[in-house]
Design a protein around this ligand. Structure first.
Ligand code: SF4
Length: 91
């Protein structure tokens, strides 16, 4: 979920929003379809096996963005450096 708290830049984006957008861009470089989409069963790994209603198109997927948002919070709360590439996000 997009974070509307904290400091924002001229476009109204917080550091968290910018990081999420950066990770989506990076993920798109590595994956045509969502990395958490099971093509065979149409299930979403993040949604604990519920069906993906987007055919694996993760751009603007709220579930995917919420996942990234929670990852951001996790890295920040543990004082760990934020990944610069989607592939470096630790599940
Ligand atoms: S619901 Fe979103 S996160 Fe889950 S598999 Fe589909 S596109 Fe990916």
């Amino acid at each position: 979920m997009i974070d509307f708290s904290g400091s924002k830049d001229a476009q109204g984006l917080s550091e968290k929003d910018k990081w999420i957008q950066k990770m989506i861009k990076s993920a798109k470089k590595h994956h045509k379809l969502c990395p958490y989409f099971d093509k065979k069963t149409q299930k979403c790994f993040i949604r604990l096996g519920k069906t993906c209603d987007r055919d694996g198109k993760f751009d603007m997927c709220p579930t995917f963005m919420e996942f990234l948002s929670s990852k951001y919070d996790e890295y920040v709360s543990k004082n760990k450096p934020l990944p610069v590439d989607f592939m470096d996000i630790v599940l």
